[in-house]
Each structure stands twice: as C-alpha cells, then as structure tokens.
Design a protein around this ligand. Structure first.
Ligand SMILES: Cc1cc2nc3c(=O)[nH]c(=O)nc-3n(C[C@H](O)[C@H](O)[C@H](O)COP(=O)(O)OP(=O)(O)OC[C@H]3O[C@@H](n4cnc5c(N)ncnc54)[C@H](O)[C@@H]3O)c2cc1C
Length: 381
C-alpha cells in the first residue's frame, strides 16, 4: 500500500537502518535481554549513524528530519524487538520536550549528546501510588534559592537505569487547586546529589529495555533545569501525549504486521494430516480476518500520521488508534501463537516473544481505559 508521507529518501533511510540493526542489534538481542539493558556502546553506534533525534534543528547539529523518519525509526526498531522501544522514547518523546520548551542554554547543553548517544534520556511521570491520575503526582520540587529540592519516587521508568537526564514531573505548588495547576517539568541529571536509581525491574516482556524506579531524597536541582514555566507541566504533557500515543500505535501496527507475516510463512511450511496447516479452512479464515483488520488499521494509522505531520489536533483520533491498535496487536499475537501450535510457546520463536512484549502496550502511554475516557469526553456524553 502506498504511504504518501514516505518518499524515496525515507525508504533509503529505512534500508540503511534495517541493515545496521540486523548487523549491530539482532545478534546481541538475547544477551541484552539477559542483562535487561542495551549497552551504551550501542546507543553511541546508533548516534554515529545519525539514527538518534534526526528531527533536531540544524542549528544544534541535527538534520531537521520530518516525522516520516520517526515513523521509519519506530517501525524498524520494533521489527528487531519491541524491547527497543527506548530509542523512540528518547528520540520522539523525551527530547521533543527539550526542543520545544528548552531555553537556548538547555538546548546547547543537552541536544548534541542526545544525538550522539552520549546522553540517554527518560521521562518520569508515574509513581508507585499514581499512574493514570497524572494530576495527582506527589513528588515535590520546592524552590530553595537558585535550586529546587526534589523529594519523591517514580516507577516503571523506561530507560530509567541508563538515563543521564530525566524529564521529571514534579509538584512545585503543593497547595494548588486544582491539582494539575501545581505541576512542572524539571530536567534532573543522573549525578544530582540525592538522586538514586532502584534496581532494574523484572518485567513480563520487553526484557532488553531497562525499566526502573527512581528515588529523590532532598535532590538538589538547579532552578535553570526547569522546562518551560512553573505550573504548566500538566499542559505541556497533554500537548506532547498525542505524539507519544501515535508512536505506540505505529509500533503496535508494525508488530502486528510482522507477526502475521511470520505466521503466514510458518503455516505454509508446517504440515498435519498430510496437508500444510495453511490449507485448513480454519487457518485461512483466521488469517483472512487478521489481514482485513490490519488493512483497516494501516489506513487509519497512516491517515493520522499525515494529519499529525500537518500539526493537526487529533487527540481523540490518536486515543482511538492507541487503544484499537494495541488490542489488535494483542489479538494477532494470541491468534498467531495458536496457529504455531506448541512451537509458538517456545522462546526461540518470534511469536512467543511478541506475545509477551506487546501485552503492555494497552497499559503504558495512558491505559486503554484512559483512552476511552478521552474519547467519551470529546463525544460530549
Ligand atoms: C513496561 C512499562 C514501561 C513504562 N514506562 C514509563 C515511562 O517511561 N515513564 C512513565 O512515567 N511511566 C511509564 N510507565 C507507567 C505507565 O504509563 C502506567 O503503568 C500507566 O499509565 C498506568 O498506571 P498504573 O500502572 O498506575 O495503573 P492504575 O492507574 O493504577 O490503573 C489500574 C487499572 O485501573 C484502570 N483505571 C484507572 N483509572 C481509570 C478510570 N478513570 N476509568 C477506568 N479505568 C481506570 C486502568 O486503566 C488500569 O486498568 C510504564 C509502565 C510499564 C509497565
């Protein structure tokens, strides 16, 4: 299917990215999964090739690449493993906060490292007691002269263990009413006194990607690390969540398409009762149904990518895409595992890894239930 936002140059970029990942990532994935971390040396290789934050303005050494490149990057990293989600998070979720809200000094300080891979980023919203209800964040950042003193805990933070900087949602006004008006975004550097990282969390899937708790105990953060204005953190998050959720939808579609592709291959080469598995009507109907849903999803997602590139406000549609594509990926994983029989349950089969790796997509970046509350609100029910 033709994808109008992808030009010849995007496809050339995809080709070299795919070759790079097949050589430099695929052979090491198992090792990274066992260590629950992708090494910094790989981040640097990715940076050297120009695959980190290519969207950054030329003024800061970037390529000013359009969102089509982010789509290619998200799809190709996902093709290797869903556990490589930390790269899109860095490129297209965290660093854009610095690009859009940062002062000149902040951009000069952090953007070049973000592109070279010397600086890994994370975003910390979730806390042990607060997830979906973001306005209720409890981590405080209280002004003390030219510093903020930060106290609190964050959890489930992607890239958290590797991160050199963490865009952290903090409550700068503990008395604000409503609660969301008291939130601000602070960039907290890993070597800040009073900032420690918990151990890497044991997840069901996405093992290569490090996820951890972050602990702030009287952490001193220079006031100049505030992103944008004090008290506007919640609005900034809402502005940026459209892109974050669209990326999850893009990755889910990529995973779903890959799982179907692999399953079609599998059922053609496996036989039972003297016939290929692909010859059974049940197999054909299942795959025909999934192919249909993938076509529908592809048309929808590509339309949203185009609208997002035109900077249209499509929060409701992206919320629809986020819940629908993540449920679709989970359904494809389950149906395709079934068609693999017992082999589908074995670690060395891609479908088994995808089955556990895509499970979380309906939970993170705003759970699917939260997506439906957004859609319902905008339906004026
Ligand atoms: C692997 C992984 C990576 C993550 N990465 C990050 C990260 O990098 N940075 C970060 O800040 N966070 C991250 N998260 C956290 C993630 O965004 C949260 O887990 C998610 O927002 C849900 O919050 P919660 O876990 O506290 O669930 P809760 O908010 O406790 O929700 C529990 C259940 O209740 C439902 N629910 C809650 N409110 C409503 C409502 N109003 N109506 C209906 N149902 C509702 C939820 O949908 C869910 O099913 C990550 C999580 C995981 C698992």
């Amino acid at each position: 299917m033709k994808r109008p936002f992808l030009k010849e140059e995007h496809e050339m970029f995809r080709k070299s990215l795919r070759q790079f990942l097949e050589k430099e990532a695929a052979p090491y994935l198992e090792e990274w999964e066992a260590k629950k971390q992708i090494p910094r040396s790989f981040w640097k290789k990715v940076g050297e090739q120009g695959f980190l934050c290519p969207q950054v303005d030329e003024k800061y050494g970037g390529l000013h690449a359009d969102f089509g490149y982010a789509v290619v990057l998200a799809e190709e990293f996902d093709r290797i493993s869903v556990g490589m989600v930390g790269f899109s998070l860095h490129n297209d979720i965290v660093i854009p906060y610095i690009e859009s809200l940062g002062t000149e000094a902040q951009k000069q300080c952090w953007l070049s490292g973000a592109m070279s891979g010397e600086l890994i980023s994370a975003i910390a919203m979730t806390e042990p007691g607060v997830g979906s209800d973001l306005a209720a964040v409890q981590t405080t950042a209280i002004k003390d002269g030219d510093h903020y003193i930060v106290n609190g805990e964050k959890t489930f933070i992607t890239n958290g263990f590797s991160a050199d900087i963490v865009v952290t949602v903090c409550r700068t006004d503990p008395k604000s009413d409503p609660l969301y008006r008291g939130l601000s975004l602070l960039v907290i550097e890993a070597d800040s006194p009073g900032f420690t990282k918990g151990k890497k969390l044991n997840k069901l899937g996405q093992h290569a990607n490090d996820t951890c708790e972050l602990i702030f105990e009287d952490t001193r953060v220079p006031a100049e690390n505030l992103l944008g204005e004090e008290g506007k953190g919640f609005y900034y998050l809402m502005d940026h969540l459209q892109q974050e959720r669209l990326l999850v939808a893009i990755q889910s579609m990529a995973s779903a398409e890959l799982m179907l592709e692999e399953t079609i291959e599998y059922v053609k080469q496996r036989s039972a009762f003297g016939r290929q598995i692909s010859q059974f009507q049940n197999t054909q109907f299942k795959l025909a149904e999934l192919q249909t849903e993938l076509e529908i999803g592809r048309v929808f997602i590509d339309r949203l990518i185009e609208e997002h590139m035109k900077e249209e406000e499509i929060v409701t549609q992206v919320s629809m895409a986020k819940w629908w594509t993540t449920e679709l990926a989970k359904k494809v994983a389950s149906e395709c595992m079934q068609l693999h029989g017992g082999y589908g349950y074995m670690e060395e089969y891609e479908i088994a890894r995808r089955y556990r790796d895509v499970a979380v997509s309906s939970i993170y970046a705003g759970s699917n239930e939260i997506m439906k509350t957004i859609i319902a609100k905008n339906m004026n029910l």
